[in-house]
Design a protein around this ligand. Structure first.
Ligand code: ADP
Length: 429
């Protein structure tokens, strides 16, 4: 296949006689080259973008002037082969890399062309002789410019292709995110409808006077209350993830005693555990627990979420709460352990992504939004701790652990001073 430079030479009618003429011309042009460089530099700085490439310190300009003369010499003695083309390509690539646009090179070539025509006029007063040289000079300048433009095009295309690839990937990510969100919306709408339907159904029964005894009526009202609570917790999760995503989640960090936290949280899952025949163990009972620095309401929310999950995903056995001082972080490590269905090791990170519920029916059947762990992670991190999942007891079930800074420690102080003066912490601050 014909190479680009050969094709160009053919188009321009650039042949051996031109090469011969240019070689004759070279020595006669030599004396004009320093002036060519001066002319070039006196004109080029008018282009703001070109200044970045063609200007600099004195030494830099002197070097660039030498390069320009070297290039002009090459026009007359060039071999005009593949290597010559490659050289022009490389220069073009460098220009594209530094952001020099094609129009500056075209106008720079215009400067060179005008100047060299003036030189020819001085050098060859006889017009027929001048014309012969002028034609060959014109062709070689066109050849050179074509090579440069081609390299610009090539480099730009390469850049575009890379950009396209990036865009394609971003598009795929967006499509995936949008699909997950759609699925979430479908799922959450279903989730919201379940307690709403219960509330409507039960209240209708009461309003229609279908309860035989006041006790029956109270029983139904209890169901209405439980469904309303469930509905509220779903809506709260949705609001929380929205706040977190918008960077507007505020925390109130203070010194709290883990004992008070545990004692007020465990009873909230006790009934569910008993109903499923599970043992709920507080293994921190006999421990002396250190003060921690956290947002009590939010830490309770996290703990409750972990305990609720543990009960939800455990058909038989026990759910246990444990705590210990963790080395070397010096933080309090809290663990919620269960003997339930477990989470495969490869999915232990994924479950912290929002909207994720493991397939296999159990999670979907168990209700929930797939937001609990995502919210928990952001809350724990905002309090300066970490959260993760390990094997449960004897390799079965699940152990979800989290760490919280102790009150008065550097970790807690760092968190504290970050959030001053309002003593409010906010994601995205
Ligand atoms: P959900 O509202 O679905 O419980 P979470 O974010 O709290 O949302 O949990 C995400 C998923 O992680 C759950 O759907 C479930 O598949 C899995 N999971 C969470 N905790 C446990 C656990 N203790 N045992 C087994 N699987 C769990």
């Amino acid at each position: 296949m014909e190479s680009f430079i050969e094709e160009m030479k053919r188009y321009l009618g650039f042949g051996p006689e031109d090469v011969a003429l240019l070689r004759q011309l070279g020595p006669r042009m030599e004396k004009y080259l320093p002036e060519l460089a001066e002319r070039f530099y006196s004109q080029i700085p008018h282009h703001p973008n070109a200044q970045r490439v063609f200007t600099g310190g004195e030494a830099q300009i002197a070097r660039l002037k030498q390069t320009l003369q070297h290039w002009a010499r090459g026009l007359f003695t060039g071999t005009y082969d593949e290597a010559y083309a490659e050289d022009r390509f490389q220069i073009g690539y460098r220009h594209v890399l530094v952001g020099l646009e094609q129009k500056y090179v075209i106008s720079a070539m215009g400067i060179v062309r005008t100047f060299l025509s003036e030189c020819l006029l001085l050098e060859f007063p006889a017009s027929d002789e001048r014309l012969r040289y002028s034609r060959s000079l014109s062709k070689v300048l066109d050849l050179d410019l074509n090579l440069m433009c081609e390299s610009y095009m090539h480099a730009t295309m390469q850049g575009l292709r890379a950009l396209n690839l990036q865009l394609e990937r971003a598009n795929q990510d967006l499509a995936e995110a949008s699909r997950t969100k759609d699925e979430f919306l479908a799922h959450i709408s279903h989730e919201l409808r379940t307690p709403l339907n219960s509330i409507l159904g039960f209240t209708k029964l009461i309003l229609d006077g279908l309860c035989q005894t006041p006790e029956e009526e109270r029983e139904l009202l209890r169901d209405v209350f439980a469904s309303a609570q469930h509905l509220l917790s779903l809506v709260n999760d949705i609001l929380d993830i929205g706040r977190i995503e918008a960077g507007r989640m505020s925390l109130h960090l203070e010194e709290i005693h883990p004992r008070a936290l545990f004692d007020s949280t465990l009873p909230l899952v006790a009934i569910q555990a008993v109903e499923k025949g599970l043992t709920l163990r507080d293994e921190t009972k006999q421990m002396a627990l250190p003060l921690i620095r956290a947002d009590e309401v939010r830490l309770r929310q996290v703990l409750l979420n972990l305990l609720t999950n543990a009960v939800k995903y455990t058909p038989a056995g026990h759910v246990a709460l444990r705590a210990r001082l963790e080395e070397p972080s010096g933080m309090l490590r809290i663990e919620v352990e269960d003997t339930g269905i477990g989470i495969p090791p490869e999915l232990r990170e994924v479950v912290f992504h929002k909207y994720i519920q493991l397939s296999g029916g159990q999670s979907r059947r168990s209700g929930g939004t797939g937001l609990g762990l995502a919210i928990s992670r952001r809350l724990v991190e905002l309090m300066g701790g970490r959260i993760g999942i390990e094997d449960g007891p004897e390799g079965r079930g699940t152990c979800v652990w989290l760490t919280v800074p102790l009150a008065g420690t550097a970790a807690a102080q760092a968190e504290y001073s970050d959030r001053e003066p309002h003593r409010r912490a906010s994601i995205g601050e």
